[in-house]
Write a protein that binds this ligand. Structure first.
Ligand SMILES: Cc1cc2nc3c(=O)[nH]c(=O)nc-3n(C[C@H](O)[C@H](O)[C@H](O)COP(=O)(O)OP(=O)(O)OC[C@H]3O[C@@H](n4cnc5c(N)ncnc54)[C@H](O)[C@@H]3O)c2cc1C
Length: 512
């Protein structure tokens, strides 16, 4: 059988079910990657993603070539490219991994499916996760009781010796950075960014090894601060998002490391950290399942009760937020850091979203694309779920409004992070920085909004919906379909330390 492996976000040769099965079931196999203008031109796709994918394609192309497999990398409409290929190389099957992506990739897959049916081609989609095709969290839960794919043993790198060679003229080498940026006007003339994580299989394995051997001991506690999370966090998010490592391989290595640590004198600290890490890994598929169940998540609130929540969406506020010029140092430092490094820890991501939605009254829809573009590890299912959760429009999660001042005092008390990203504040003391939003500091702007009043206003709007009978009904339904098994009980309010913002008195969670 002549086959094509359509490479999507799975730039790896180890634990790759498509490559494994296709190489066993086919007489000839052509790895094929297509740069799709519709995806490249979409608002959620950025230069960071272009660089990530270019590195992913190149790394994979080289590994396959070393093993005697030639690949074809093209640019254009996927169906037209498949049609051209089919005329040159009449294949019977396409292997690809099952993707849960944005609406463009969802619709694109439907078009490819129709084309395959019309041409009599078998499209074999392999599921690289525990996400259930077309299912929701409730259905996935039942399936997971029987077996959990994530805990199965990863596949080894396949051998390709038995495969017949694909005719040489089919080979097409990966496009260079210059070719890619010239082909997409919005990226024209842009340079690569050396601050980004390198997206290839070798770097993914090295990152996992350094985390499990050394860095991971500081995970519990370390991931809350932007000063330590770059080191104490696994930093696997870009690799998992672009598929340079499989989730199953990460779980496998984690289990092996736990055995090794049995006699380690730091084992209790390691265990605490690895447990916390593992729970995050488990969250991945839970959130991606939400997008799988509700493909319109980028346009619509999961909970329809919040569809008409009013946001002013002032574009000058959006511009200030995106460019780190809001006058709130912790928010500005985070946004400037994101612009440069494409990474931020969970807590700070949640804070910048909360600030945008509650403080600036920007809708989660308005900030979705700029923020997705700034995340090098952009994973639509996690991103959109978190965005709606932090905006408070899911309905069944506690509403958390993060105080940038509290985050600064708790997680950057010596102002290392803020001073690094905001040169205007380099000679200011932490106390001055904590109150920068209400001061006039030469070269830095005072807060562009009164956060206390604005947040209260937005909370009132959200709570007004939340309290309504119709919203309560929809929320119950959403909770069953999309909630996790254990919903957190509302926690009792903690007393805010003296001098910190006492904005959030009505909050049901004190963890902000
Ligand atoms: C508004 C917002 C948007 C986000 N967007 C993304 C995104 O596009 N892509 C992304 O990978 N993560 C996203 N996250 C989740 C989280 O912030 C990142 O996964 C984490 O900061 C990455 O750091 P790490 O690789 O060191 O992860 P670790 O803390 O070491 O965790 C290991 C892995 O678990 C997964 N993970 C961690 N936290 C979560 C979570 N809360 N939900 C689901 N999976 C999780 C990631 O794959 C991560 O790489 C978002 C969070 C928020 C609040």
């Amino acid at each position: 059988m002549k086959s094509v492996w359509w490479i999507k976000r799975d730039f790896r040769i180890s634990d790759n079910q498509c490559l494994d099965e296709a190489s066993k079931q086919s007489s000839t196999l052509l790895p094929f990657f297509c740069w799709e203008p519709e995806i490249l031109n979409h608002g959620d796709y950025s230069l960071f993603h272009l660089q990530a994918q270019m590195e992913g394609v190149l790394g994979l192309y080289k590994s396959l070539k070393k093993r005697g497999l030639i690949s074809r990398v093209v640019m254009g409409n996927i169906v037209e490219q498949l049609e051209t290929l089919f005329k040159l190389y009449p294949f019977q099957a396409i292997y690809s991994h099952q993707e849960t992506g944005n609406l463009i990739s969802f619709n694109r897959d439907n078009t490819v499916r129709k084309w395959c049916i019309a041409r009599g081609i078998k499209w074999i989609e392999k599921n690289p996760s525990s996400v259930m095709r077309g299912g929701n969290a409730d259905q996935r839960r039942l399936k997971l009781r029987q077996s959990d794919f994530r805990k199965q043993k990863p596949l080894a790198i396949p051998v390709f010796e038995q495969l017949k060679s694909v005719p040489q003229p089919l080979a097409k080498a990966p496009l260079s950075w210059g070719e890619l940026t010239r082909a997409v006007p919005k990226f024209s003339g842009s340079n690569q960014n050396s601050s980004l994580v390198k997206v290839d299989e070798k770097s993914a394995l090295e990152t996992l090894a350094s985390f499990l051997e050394n860095r991971g001991i500081g995970y519990a506690g370390g991931i809350s601060s932007p000063n330590s999370a770059f080191e104490s966090g696994s930093r696997l998010s870009s690799h998992l998002a672009w598929g340079t490592i499989s989730l199953r391989s990460v779980f496998d290595q984690l289990d092996k490391r736990r055995v090794e640590l049995k006699d380690d004198h730091d084992r209790s600290q390691w265990n605490r950290s690895l447990r916390a890490f593992e729970s995050r890994l488990f969250w991945r598929d839970h959130f991606i399942q939400r997008l799988e169940a509700f493909p319109e998540l980028e346009n619509k609130a999961l909970n329809s009760a919040y569809a008409d929540l009013i946001y002013e969406d002032d574009l000058s506020n959006l511009d200030a937020w995106v460019n780190g010029r809001t006058g709130y140092p912790m928010v500005d430092a985070c946004m400037r850091c994101l612009q440069e490094c494409g990474f931020l820890n969970f807590r700070m991501r949640a804070m910048v979203v909360s600030f945008a939605c509650y403080g600036l009254h920007l809708s989660w829809k308005t900030i979705h694309e700029p923020l997705a573009g700034m995340f090098h590890d952009y994973e639509p299912g996690i991103h959109l779920s978190q965005l709606q959760m932090q905006a408070g429009v899911i309905g069944f999660n506690a509403i958390r409004v993060y105080s940038p001042r509290k985050q600064f005092l708790d997680h950057d008390p010596n102002a290392l992070f803020v001073r690094k990203w905001i040169p205007e504040l380099r000679d200011k003391t932490p106390a001055e920085i904590a109150h920068a939003d209400e001061s006039f500091i030469d070269g830095y702007i005072p807060g562009i909004v009164n956060l206390k009043d604005r947040s209260q206003e937005m909370k009132n709007r959200v709570f007004a919906i939340r309290k309504s009978a119709s919203a309560k009904k929809t929320t119950q339904k959403m909770l069953k379909l999309h909630g996790s098994q254990k919903q957190k009980k509302p926690q009792r309010k903690k007393t805010s330390p003296k001098g910190q913002m006492t904005l959030f008195k009505t909050l049901r969670s004190g963890k902000t």
